[in-house]
Design a protein around this ligand. Structure first.
Ligand SMILES: Nc1nc2c(c(=O)[nH]1)N[C@H]1C(S)=C(S)[C@@H](COP(=O)(O)OP(=O)(O)OC[C@H]3O[C@@H](n4cnc5c(=O)[nH]c(N)nc54)[C@H](O)[C@@H]3O)O[C@H]1N2
Ligand SMILES: Nc1nc2c(c(=O)[nH]1)N[C@H]1C(S)=C(S)[C@@H](COP(=O)(O)OP(=O)(O)OC[C@H]3O[C@@H](n4cnc5c(=O)[nH]c(N)nc54)[C@H](O)[C@@H]3O)O[C@H]1N2
Ligand SMILES: [Mo]
Length: 815
């Protein structure tokens, strides 16, 4: 999230799209409802009439997988009717920047589409700015980029965007999404009303936006929208992803992703990086804040390899495992497993037999493993895959270990919420039986592997020399505070904990495990550490910033890009909600939030005062190389500089906008994972989507094992409309069989207005909505929706297309 939950009280209009916060983020909904009590409006955009939609001022029902049509339509409406925030757009975005005149968009694809190793990729040469000098040598300096401040040049970003979205008129959008034109117009006007200096619009999104083959472009479209309306960097605004598991933000910060290192540094690839200098040359930008990336990487190497890491040996860069460039995402791993190329799997706090796409094929792929270790609270469907219904345990050779883990209340450690707030939580109760904390398990596992390497093995150095100083004398449990010190960072010589990442160096004098978290473990006089802070009292701003409650990364900043909350001269757009302000008389910045720009230069002599940086010298988007918000993405996404509507891979209709039916770069998989229905399939005529329910958590391991919750929500079901129910002859409570190209399931049916047919280009399209929390273990059992879902993914993230695919549905027992 660019903003945070309490900040929602400052919002005037919410656009909740592809998120059902009332069920899935009740704490978030609490702040939304507080804002509504003060007069804020809520728009909900969802294929289903959700509990959130029931609380909305305006509900927009759209066909799954058509959000870009909806959002580009809004962008078009805003530009055509002059509803964008002109001064903001001109000064804080790349609207005026000129793009290579060779850039083209034709037949639904961008210039540069080619094939490499049998895969479609874009060469992004024509998507670049026109510059003076050579950006490859000097970096992407803002001063060197050619611009047209009148925004009239046909090659400027604003005109390119305007042309691109002009095809998304109300009629076309309505024909694609199935949303009536009047409903679209109402939503567009209401949200566009926030394109004024004193109005704040807040975009809230989650899995309805991300789980598509164009999920990243869905997010991009929302960012473009918010930049046009001047809603980024202001109180009550932002693009706010409602993250999932309580600590999923923390786990992505820590690089639980195959293409990242901690703190969102890019991964090291064998093909690109044979030595440290390659990384510094190719992946450290010359301009923008990421130009400090070398300091972050080298400090990480010092944290991992300690005294062994020296400038002479590239800080042990050679010891880091290198990515081989293959698809190592969830689906890539299961494809490899199916091909017998993976020997063993740790399912550590995850349950892919229920949560992964094409679940039955995935369960079969696990049969090819030599061993599987499940580290979990329960014997999940994954741990029990070898004795699942229909499997023959005598034929499955996989050796399965179940290590019982302690739950969050049974151990201590930090959790990072969607708003980037990190907080230390204390242990409440002891874990039952032999259950151990994950840290304990990781500690013993590492020590056992290290011991094995001591008696030989290939390339033992990284294992034998890894810093592992978490023992607490006389205690069984490793010292989690020592782990925190390593993540926070310390001075190598004095071992003093660092106050923040500004102190990190690239000469080996500092160590830091995850630069964005740096400062969270710095000492606080009263609380002990910043992350342990729990003081709500001091919020002088009145904006809910509460700087003394927990720690918000980076640098305890609550609202990122906050320079944009004031005009170029430093006067807040909205004086009542000022985050930062230039006091011209005093010649300094007055700040309620930690500024997201360089507000002062350090003092010239040790006793001197820092010198304030005047407004015209500050950069609104510090993390971007060119310092501006990108309406047109010259970098960062592989599948296009502007969002374009493509149909989901499985779709009931042809793409109305172009010949390009779906995302040209979508990731696809082989063998058992390649099964797909064709466009407008007669065999699978209905659109299916999946969602969560308030009673169950995720794959249901923790909630279907809880007797009360298992009783409240005991059955797998599918929601269908009364018209579809009539057509197939069922009523609520009947059993139905749902089938896709991957397989079939039997479950109950619920007939209501939650799902209704939509008129898509003159054709009635029925929607089938299913929760995905059921499986064959636990107290409440039922069929898994993921037995039906396809293995296709977004080319940037490899997230599966869980939210839009084709199915058939029949009354059970009927042919
Ligand atoms: N009770 C409960 N809370 C949870 C979880 C849980 O399992 N149970 N899981 C947690 C986790 S890990 C996560 S990631 C979050 C997820 O939180 P959400 O994203 O809110 O969860 P979903 O219900 O999967 O999807 C949200 C909505 O997207 C809609 N949708 C489907 N397809 C589309 C589409 O193409 N466009 C649009 N605009 N909407 C679409 C669905 O109908 C659904 O209402 O919730 C977290 N909170
Ligand atoms: N069709 C469909 N599929 C989806 C989605 C969807 O919307 N539709 N959503 C996707 C999303 S957003 C997500 S996040 C994934 C989730 O997919 P998974 O992560 O595979 O599912 P979870 O049920 O969250 O698995 C967490 C496991 O961790 C265990 N656990 C809980 N606490 C601890 C602990 O402290 N330590 C350890 N070691 N274990 C613990 C739980 O018992 C549980 O078995 O599913 C994805 N799958
Ligand atoms: Mo999630």
């Amino acid at each position: 999230m660019t903003n945070h939950f309490i900040d929602f009280i400052n919002t005037d209009v919410f656009l909740m799209i592809g998120s059902n916060s009332a069920e899935n983020h009740p704490q978030s909904m609490r702040w939304i409802m507080k804002a509504r009590d003060k007069g804020a409006k809520l728009i909900v955009v969802d294929p289903r009439l959700t509990k959130s939609a029931g609380l909305a001022d305006l509900f927009v029902r759209l066909r799954p997988g058509t959000d870009i049509a909806f959002i580009n339509g809004m962008i078009n409406h805003i530009i055509q009717n002059n509803l964008y925030f002109k001064e903001y757009v001109l000064h804080y975005t790349n609207a005026s920047f000129l793009i290579n005149p060779e850039y083209k968009f034709e037949d639904g694809v961008f210039s540069g589409l080619t094939e490499k190793d049998g895969k479609k990729v874009y060469d992004t040469k024509t998507w670049q700015y026109q510059t003076e000098g050579d950006p490859a040598k000097d970096g992407l300096r803002e001063e060197a980029i050619l611009k047209d401040p009148t925004l009239q040049d046909p090659n400027c970003v604003f005109q390119i965007l305007k042309r691109h979205v002009s095809r998304y008129d109300l009629k076309t959008v309505s024909a694609i999404t199935g949303t009536p034109e009047e409903n679209l117009r109402q939503a567009y006007d209401l949200f566009a009303s926030t394109g004024k200096p004193d109005r704040a619009g807040n975009v809230i999104y989650a899995m309805g936006i991300t789980q598509h083959t164009h999920g990243s472009q869905n997010c991009r479209a929302l960012a473009v929208l918010q930049l046009l309306l001047g809603n980024i960097g202001i109180a009550g605004g932002g693009v706010n992803a409602q993250r999932g598991e309580s600590n999923v933000q923390g786990s992505t910060d820590m690089a639980m992703l195959h293409h990242l290192l901690p703190g969102y540094n890019p991964m090291i690839y064998a093909s690109r990086h044979s030595k440290l200098q390659d990384y510094l040359d190719k992946d450290v930008p010359k301009t923008g804040y990421w130009s400090n990336r070398g300091k972050f990487l080298i400090s990480m190497l010092k944290a991992w390899y300690g005294d062994k890491a020296t400038p002479e040996n590239d800080f042990c860069f050679d010891w880091l495992p290198k990515h081989d460039g293959k698809n190592r995402s969830h689906m890539g791993i299961f494809e490899q497993m199916d091909q017998g190329k993976i020997k063993g799997l740790f399912a550590w706090g995850q349950n892919p037999a229920v949560g992964g796409p094409s679940a039955e094929q995935s369960r079969k792929a696990m049969e090819k493993l030599e061993w599987l270790v499940a580290v979990d609270l329960f014997e999940t469907e994954t741990a029990a895959f070898w004795h699942r219904p229909g499997a023959d345990p005598t034929k499955i050779k996989t050796e399965v270990f179940l290590l019982p883990a302690a739950m969050s209340y049974e151990k201590e450690g930090t959790v990072t919420n969607s708003g980037r707030w990190l907080q230390f939580r204390y242990k409440a109760v002891d874990p039952p039986g032999e259950a151990k904390s994950d840290l304990w398990i990781a500690d013993r596992l590492f020590k056992a592997v290290k011991k094995a390497y001591q008696s030989g093995g290939k390339f033992p150095e990284p294992m034998l020399n890894m810093v592992w100083n978490y023992d607490r004398p006389g205690e069984d449990e490793p010292n989690i505070e020592q782990v925190a010190v390593e993540i926070n960072g310390y001075d190598v010589k004095t071992k003093q904990v660092l106050p923040g990442f500004a102190k990190l160096q690239d000469d080996g004098s500092t160590a830091c495990g995850c630069w964005i978290h740096s400062g969270y473990w710095a000492l606080d006089k009263e609380a002990g550490t910043v992350a342990a802070k729990r003081k709500l009292l001091k919020d002088k701003s009145g904006l809910g910033l509460y700087p003394q409650f927990s720690f918000a990364w980076p640098a305890n900043r609550r609202i990122v890009y906050n320079r944009c909350s004031a005009d170029p001269a430093g006067n807040p757009w909205n004086a009542k909600k000022a985050l930062v302000k230039w006091d011209a008389l005093a010649g300094k910045w007055v700040t309620a939030d930690v500024p997201d720009f360089k507000a002062a230069d350090p003092p010239k002599d040790p006793d001197g005062q820092p010198t304030p940086v005047p407004p015209e010298k500050t950069v609104p988007f510090l993390m971007q190389e060119e310092g501006r918000g990108r309406l047109f993405a010259v970098k960062g996404v592989v599948d296009g500089p502007l969002p374009e509507h493509y149909e989901p891979i499985e779709s009931p209709v042809l793409n109305l906008l172009s010949k390009q039916q779906n995302m040209p770069l979508a990731t696809r998989f082989k063998g058992d994972f390649s099964k797909l229905a064709e466009t407008a399939s007669e065999q699978y005529p209905y659109v299916a989507t999946t969602h969560r329910v308030i009673e169950h958590y995720q794959s249901g391991a923790v909630t279907r094992n809880c007797p009360t919750l298992a009783e409240i929500s005991a059955h797998m079901f599918a929601n269908i409309s009364p018209t579809l129910a009539q057509k197939i002859g069922v009523k609520t409570g009947d059993d139905v069989v749902i089938e896709t190209a991957r397989g079939q399931i039997t479950c109950k049916v619920a007939v209501s207005g939650v799902c209704l047919p939509l008129k898509v280009n003159g054709k009635e399209v029925e929607i089938v909505g299913m929760p995905w929390c059921f499986g064959y273990q636990g107290i409440a059992r039922g069929a898994s929706a993921n037995s039906l879902t396809p293995c296709v993914g977004d080319p940037n993230t490899s997230i599966p297309e869980y939210k839009a695919f084709l199915c058939n549905i029949k009354k059970a027992g009927k042919q």
